[in-house]
Design a protein around this ligand. Sequence first.
Ligand code: TYD
Ligand code: MG
Length: 446
Amino acid sequence: MSKTKISFNCSNCTYKTIKWLGCCPECNNWNTFVEQTTAKQTPAQKRSNKVATLTSLQDIESKQHKRIATNIDEWDRVVGGGLMPHSLIVLTGDPGIGKSTLLLQVAHNLAQKQNVWYFSTEESLSQIKQRAIRLKCTDNAMLFSDQAELHNIIQSAQEQKPDIIIIDSIQNCYLSDAQTLPGSISQLREATFALMRLAKEHHITIIITGHITKEGTIAGPKTLEHMVDAVFYLQRDDNWDIRVLRSVKNRFGTINELGFFEMTTHGLQPVGDINKHTISHSCNAPGALLSVVLEGSRPLIIELQTLTIATRMNIPQRVISGLPHKQVTLIAAILEKYLKVKLSTHDIFVKISGGIKINGYGCDLAIALALLSSYFQQPLDALALGEISLTGEIKPLTKAPMLIKEAQRFGINTFIVSGVQKDIEEQNITRCKHVYELLSLFNFEN
Ligand code: TYD
Ligand code: MG
């Protein structure tokens, strides 16, 4: 006789325990435990009788899939030169950022040549129609539905095989036979797994959207990132109207590629020449300095803004946005060590004008000069390029000529680079080998 086993499962996050609990220790939700009885199986019963099939590389069919372009340049570049057929993609971002708008525009362009299904689980069909009219996206054969039950969506897709399915949003979909709550992490995972199988087994390209909730890492689509082929974030800074599309995971393309869009009355318009926007923000004041960094394949001109002020606290503040915190702290330490500039007794505030976020080390020299410029209240009208080592040496950048060329396009002609940067010969170039040279070169006075 087979024995039965009783356990209690959290319906929100699938945490399992042998005793009933009021509050789940994993997700902190109350009254989510449901009793579950399972018949104990012997190891032999558990085993399936299927054997694995093995194939050599020679026998595996290799197909080169042609990417699906939308002709929305910023989108196509970020997704890796067009969508990879049969992949599952997540587009995520804060509510109201423009995910549905962007997807409708993308879907409209895709529908010129492909068979596209659009499942709107958040907005009614008449709201979608109004949006399509506003975006001038009405002239195509795209099909819409407000079906939110995932098995129904999957079954229709298996029978009729569309080329592309868009689900906006996955958080509003549900599985009627699941024992977990709609919108819970476990149901979100189950739904994503089912869609992944649909994409691979039935050769359908699927794009889903998901909000980043306030709890972000728990209930948000972050938990799905490892399950899907590609993840794109649509972001925006409070004081900048440009939306940034960022690739954070892409099995079929490069990551950290950026795409820029501007929200207009007729949807999101790609901003091809983003540097035109950033350069219009710049000003020549103490603490501000230009640099140019490579984000993905594109040079991005940035204006660093810094403020150093004697601290009134025991521990000085470091408020840094748009750059890695550690990078600025390290440069402040290097300046203090080699130039005896007392930054450890100063609060430091650093941001990038326009709210762009970057990751590169190519702007180390610009950060150092901007900090000194604020500390000594001396403006510096130049663009700086270079990495700073822990020993205070200023290192050259491999792509410097290309970065400088881009800056010159906007009339920037005064540059500060590494003393060992050999591949640039323009006039008005100041070269520094070590941070020691920074003070004497720019006449900062104590
Ligand atoms: P939406 O795409 O609904 O955001 P999400 O799907 O990420 O929640 O975008 C909503 C915002 O965009 C809303 O504030 C209105 C604005 N918007 C425009 O400014 N212009 C437009 O053409 C459209 C369609 C929306
Ligand atoms: Mg939406």
